[in-house]
Design a binder for this molecule. Sequence first.
Ligand code: NAD
Length: 257
Amino acid sequence: MATYVITGAASGIGAASRHTLEAGGHTVIGVDLGHTDVTADLSTPGGRAAAAAAVTERSGGVVDGLVCCAGLGSLSHVPGGKLIAVNYFGAVELVTALKPALERADGASVVVISSSSTTTQPGVPENLVTACLRGDEAEAVRIGDEVTAIPAYPASKLALAWWVRREAVRPEWIGSGIRLNAIAPGMIDTPMTSGDDLDPELAKALDFYPVPLGRRGRPDEIAALVEFLLGPGSTLFCGSVVFADGGTDAQLRQQDW
Ligand code: NAD
């Protein structure tokens, strides 16, 4: 049985992934702001370093898989810079800090949670995406605060998907047997899309979000994909961005591959 680390494990997709993996007999180390094994604030470099140290100690230095679910949505009143710090830097810096523990496993798998907003939301600020991919957190946070959370959200998730595609094929990762992949969920019914702190006007707009399947996704449906991407059935997946959105991307981008 494997040892997996899940950030954002206290709620939504992270909590559902924990449930699914534990039901499969695996050990899960959760990381979140509270209500799980490791309490850490992934919006700061110090919080990320503390999370990596605590996870390394708890896992005995060997991590078979890491799932980065921790994130802030754009529908509550969150500054755009903070959203960037958690969604992008909180994920890539933790993956990087845990690389030694992932290398010690026999074929580790990393899954980050991107979003279908990367292809369906217009007006993604490109300078924000490139600042993230350059690793310039101060500049990315500055731009995020300037543009606000609504455009910063798909920018954070596009940068995350592109980071996975860029890094996955490098010898430092795949040469060490570590597979990096991303999931791009559509609208999933979690506190991020139906919590009490959402802006009521923006929350209402979600009712018009096109989902050909006819309903929002459930967290356990994304957890099933997480389980697959961590497990032995997905060994050919390397640098993939897997959309799980009930058909939204296909409907809105009929001509694109
Ligand atoms: P959620 O709000 O239920 O869970 C997010 C978790 O992240 C929470 O437990 C929260 O405490 C944690 N978190 C936030 N800031 C943190 C910080 N600074 N440090 C540590 N943990 C922090 O939301 P969810 O819907 O389960 O979202 C999980 C991931 O899926 C997010 O990255 C989100 O952007 C992504 N996503 C969600 C949807 C959706 O429709 N729900 C769609 C696409 C992508």
